[in-house]
Design a protein around this ligand. Structure first.
Ligand SMILES: Cc1cc2nc3c(=O)[nH]c(=O)nc-3n(C[C@H](O)[C@H](O)[C@H](O)COP(=O)(O)OP(=O)(O)OC[C@H]3O[C@@H](n4cnc5c(N)ncnc54)[C@H](O)[C@@H]3O)c2cc1C
Length: 437
């Protein structure tokens, strides 16, 4: 049904839905194949779960920020557009939970101890992720491990209370607050992509983009020479076998021979697909991959010079983790935190009380919080598979549905929950639909 497609809107070869890393990459790849993309974006800005902004006089990343040196595709893009990376100074102190409460350690003392415990957690991944970017290469071996949650793995290892306290908070944080929600294989794949060592794992925040992560999204989008419509949420995507008709919230319709759905996987269920989504796609979006319930990035201006100190909460703590960012000219410090279970991220007094648990001398003066779980256009944080999702869902959700392909940092073969994964999947999706135009 619906009105006829106006002629001026009918001139696109592909419609890309979502202007995050995955969508802009798909658009740029389509352009490189000689096709004309139209990008429809719900927000009034590009970037999605990447959002470089300014706060407290500093450039701040309200979403994804850091790059691992093994982000091969991302570094290729950075080089292509002449964007530089920078590294933050190493921390001088680290606060970790112990059975006797929080303790301050020298990083050189605590880091090797954590590494030894993580090596136990991920033991076996050299075999079951023999090829880290082709995770199903040893699907036979994965059958035994993919159903395990991080918590199940920790329980099975029967770690000492000391060892458990050193790693549980970090693993729970990556799983969105509860280690039962994250698959062992999701993080074991990161471990494998990092080179199966703790030195490699510790490089996950080795660098960030000097001009901000949004600058790279913009460079890719500029190269795509796409028509971009902001404030244009897509509500329906229909494939009649010849063309795809995309309907937006205002009732406008756009059509093209193919479409790439590059919205967060958690958001697929908000779009009406016809024909309906294949069974596994539908299951994946009902279960979700973008982590919940804790994925707020919090920029905290705290009083005084707290030094270059990293804080790792225990599983269940209201502040999951904190890292230092910069010393401000007035003497205060800027820290980045992630929320843990139960924290009211909109209430400064609650955040202040939670921070004082680790840093009793300081005070939270001001804060800027981006809560991705309650964000209407992501409804979840970074992608992190749940137990069993890799084997049950990954191969199927990477497949197109007729003339519609899917892209996102939630469904790559390599680095899930990252820029690298989003770029990888954007390339795949463009390659899938281009021959159908
Ligand atoms: C707090 C946080 C920290 C992170 N830290 C890192 C990090 O340090 N390093 C790293 O590599 N990765 C990190 N990530 C992950 C990384 O940001 C994501 O994997 C990546 O940005 C996802 O890109 P995407 O294009 O798949 O999705 P998105 O960036 O979410 O883009 C999807 C786009 O679709 C739009 N959209 C949604 N619904 C509709 C609709 N109906 N119609 C039209 N448009 C729609 C959205 O507005 C959005 O712009 C982090 C993520 C979060 C949340």
């Amino acid at each position: 049904g619906g009105r006829a497609v106006p002629e001026e809107e009918a001139r696109y070869d592909a419609i890309v839905i979502g202007a995050g890393f995955a969508g802009v990459t798909a658009a740029r790849e389509l352009r490189n194949k000689g096709l004309k993309p139209l990008v429809l974006e719900a927000r009034d800005r590009i970037g999605g779960r990447v959002w470089t902004s300014t706060w407290a006089g500093e450039q701040v990343e309200l979403g994804g920020a850091w790059l691992h040196p093994n982000y091969e595709l991302t570094y290729k893009e950075l080089n292509r557009y002449g964007l530089k990376t920078i590294s933050d100074a190493a921390p001088e102190k680290a606060i970790y939970p112990t059975p006797a409460g929080y303790k301050t350690f020298a990083p050189e003392e605590i880091v090797p101890r954590i590494g030894a415990v993580l090596a136990k957690v991920f033991d076996g991944s050299r075999q079951y992720f023999e090829r880290p970017r082709e995770p199903l290469y040893r699907a036979d071996l994965l059958k035994a491990v993919d159903p395990l949650s991080l918590r199940a793995r920790l329980d099975a290892l029967k770690l000492s209370a000391e060892d458990l306290a050193l790693v549980h908070g970090e693993l729970a944080t990556y799983a969105g607050g509860d280690s039962r929600d994250g698959a062992l294989t999701a993080l074991a794949q990161w471990w494998a992509l990092c080179g199966w060592t703790h030195e490699g794992w510790a490089q996950m925040s080795a660098a960030r983009i000097e001009k901000g992560a949004s600058a790279l999204v913009q460079s890719i989008l500029t190269a795509a020479q796409a028509t971009v419509r902001f404030n244009t949420p897509v509500t329906a995507v229909a494939d009649d076998g010849k063309r795809v008709v995309v309907t937006t919230a205002s009732g406008a319709k756009f059509s093209a021979p193919v479409a790439v759905v590059a919205v967060p996987l958690n958001m697929w269920k908000k779009i009406q697909f016809s024909p309906g989504l294949p069974k596994v796609h539908a299951e994946a979006t009902q279960e979700g991959v973008g982590v919940k319930p804790n994925a707020a990035k919090m920029w905290l201006r705290v009083s005084g010079d707290v030094g270059r100190i990293v804080v790792q909460g225990n599983a269940g703590d209201p502040i999951a983790a904190m890292v230092p960012h910069a010393r401000l000219s007035n003497g205060d410090s800027l820290m980045i935190a992630l929320n843990g279970p139960g924290l009211n991220v909109n209430d400064r007094a609650s955040v202040d009380a939670a921070v004082k648990k680790f840093l009793p001398q300081t005070r939270v003066i001001d804060m800027k919080v981006q809560d991705w779980v309650n964000d209407p256009w992501s409804q979840g944080g970074w992608g992190m598979r749940r137990p069993g999702q890799m084997l049950r869902q990954l191969p199927a959700i990477q497949q197109p549905h007729g003339r519609i392909a899917f892209a996102g940092g939630d469904l790559p073969s390599g680095w899930i929950g990252s820029f690298e994964g989003a770029i990888e999947s954007g390339m795949r999706a463009a390659g899938q639909v281009a021959p159908l135009v």
